[in-house]
Design a protein around this ligand. Structure first.
Ligand SMILES: NC(=O)c1ccc[n+]([C@@H]2O[C@H](COP(=O)([O-])OP(=O)(O)OC[C@H]3O[C@@H](n4cnc5c(N)ncnc54)[C@H](O)[C@@H]3O)[C@@H](O)[C@H]2O)c1
Length: 448
């Protein structure tokens, strides 16, 4: 279902009229394409407080964005503010001093990335001002406009561990990711280790070359976009969907040079069947299959509750456990599960769905450290907001319009936005990102 309002506001009369009426002004977002793989413009590297990361300049120079002067006339496409050394309210003022002069001139669809440090439990002044950065970033994200995004990365170690994350956030691939706080740990060697022991980050344009990825619910919608994006990044993709969708799954797999697997993920032996299908194991497992069966709790029969919990949560738990127990996920493997902002913020009519998706976030946070320690596998989640799919096209007009506009970018996301975020988490070089739930929601007003 096309977003006609977005097309209307892109015309001169549409812009004039909607401005006069004080209506939202969604900007056309610049997304990744092979012709336009990076942001156009320079990168301003600013610092607040005394930095604690030494190698940041080198990592930023590898993004390929030319260094721009920290001066408003430079119109940077991206600003990176290193606030890792902010420890007290005085040095927090340097955040204001650094960004105040330049923020107006950041190009449309540009990026502001603030780097913070982990909160120090021994120092409540440092913890206070580092936490303050979250409120700062989320507030700036809500006011900056023109398709620009603002995110916070908490660096637990050197900047090199965050290279894949910075490349993602400083690229058109993160067009619909804003207002997020992403922790990057110092977990070192695993981050780029391939199953064959070679480095995985040497080719940033095909980081998944030689890897196998399985995407559940990939015959259509977001899952299809995830499969496409992982294939673009070099992976051999297994397109899993229910037997009723086998024809579509085969079509998608054929287009991507992958394999189709007709399987209902709620089958008790789904994990074993996947492992049997992939005797050499797999590197990336994307739990995308999901259903909604909306009703308010007072009207919800048990069957609606259990079917949603079974597809969205129980099968994710079951297949993850089975595949990890069998060692089917190779070291350096990546699990990406699909949560939802409905699970983080709650949504009327979706007690079943909200419970299942909050459960996914709980699974990710609890399993992540153990899966990394025991199997060398990271576990993260994407939490989509309003994404333009068949699922949301079926939503009644007024609720659909509200869903589209009630976010900082004033528009719905596209399946490719979730896919790009998944692909970043799936990279060999993203081993220092673990246990994160990253919202792909244009900074939806729903929830924190
Ligand atoms: N569309 C949105 O705005 C939105 C927002 C938040 C979260 N999500 C989540 O993103 C994921 C994809 O959503 P979508 O909009 O693309 O949905 P969709 O309905 O278009 O596609 C879901 C796919 O999963 C498959 N599937 C369902 N049950 C299955 C099962 N038991 N075994 C195997 N495959 C199964 C379906 O056949 C379908 O191909 C879901 O987990 C959904 O909850 C979507």
């Amino acid at each position: 279902m096309a977003d006609r309002y977005l097309s209307f506001t892109a015309t001169a009369p549409g812009r004039f009229l909607t401005r006069r009426l004080g209506l939202p002004q969604p900007a056309a977002l610049s997304r990744f394409s092979p012709e336009r793989p990076s942001l156009t413009g320079g990168l301003a590297h600013l610092t607040a407080g005394k930095t604690i990361v030494g190698d940041l300049a080198a990592v930023l120079s590898r993004t390929g964005l030319p260094l721009a002067a920290a001066d408003p006339a430079a119109d940077p496409a991206a600003v990176v503010l290193d606030a890792t050394g902010v420890r007290d309210v005085d040095s927090l003022a340097e955040v204001h001093a650094a960004l105040h002069p330049v923020v107006r001139s950041v190009a449309a669809s540009g990026r502001v990335v603030v780097l913070g440090a982990p909160l120090d439990p021994e120092d409540h002044h440092q913890a206070a001002v580092q936490q303050a950065l979250e409120g700062f970033v989320r507030s700036l994200g809500k006011e900056i406009g023109r398709g620009r995004t603002v995110n916070l990365v908490r660096l637990g170690g050197d900047a090199a561990a965050a290279e894949s994350t910075l490349r993602f956030l400083l690229s058109p691939k993160s067009a619909y990711v804003s207002g997020q706080v992403i922790a990057v740990t110092s977990e070192g060697p695993e981050r780029s280790e391939r199953s064959d022991g070679s480095e995985g980050s040497d080719d940033w344009s095909r980081p998944l070359a030689g890897r196998t990825a399985l995407v559940t619910g990939a015959a259509r919608g977001i899952g299809e976009a995830v499969a496409e994006t992982l294939a673009r990044d070099g992976a051999h993709v297994v397109v899993l969907d229910v037997p009723q969708a086998e024809e579509d799954a085969r079509r998608v797999a054929a287009r991507l040079g992958g394999t189709a697997l007709a399987l209902d993920i709620t089958a008790a032996d789904a994990g074993e069947r996947i492992a049997a299908e992939l005797p050499d194991g797999l590197d990336v497992l994307v739990h995308n299959a999901g259903i909604t069966r909306d009703r308010r709790l007072v009207n919800m029969p048990a069957e609606r509750w259990s079917s949603v919990l079974d597809v969205n949560l129980a099968s994710v738990l079951r297949t993850t456990d089975a595949l990890l127990a069998k060692g089917a996920l190779r070291p350096g493997g990546r699990i990406v599960a699909t949560a939802s902002i409905a699970g983080l913020a709650g949504n009327a009519g979706q007690t079943n769905y909200g419970a299942s998706k909050a459960g996914v976030a709980g699974l990710v946070r609890a399993l992540a450290p153990r899966a990394l320690a025991g199997h060398g596998v990271t576990v993260n989640a994407v939490a989509p907001g309003f994404i333009e799919t068949k699922m949301t096209a079926a939503v009644p007009l007024f609720i659909r319009e509200a869903g589209r506009r009630m976010n900082s970018l004033a528009q719905g996301g596209l399946p490719v936005d979730v896919a790009e975020t998944t692909a970043w988490l799936a990279q060999p070089a993203s081993g220092a990102v673990n246990g994160q739930v990253v919202r792909v929601c244009g900074q939806s007003l729903l929830g924190a």
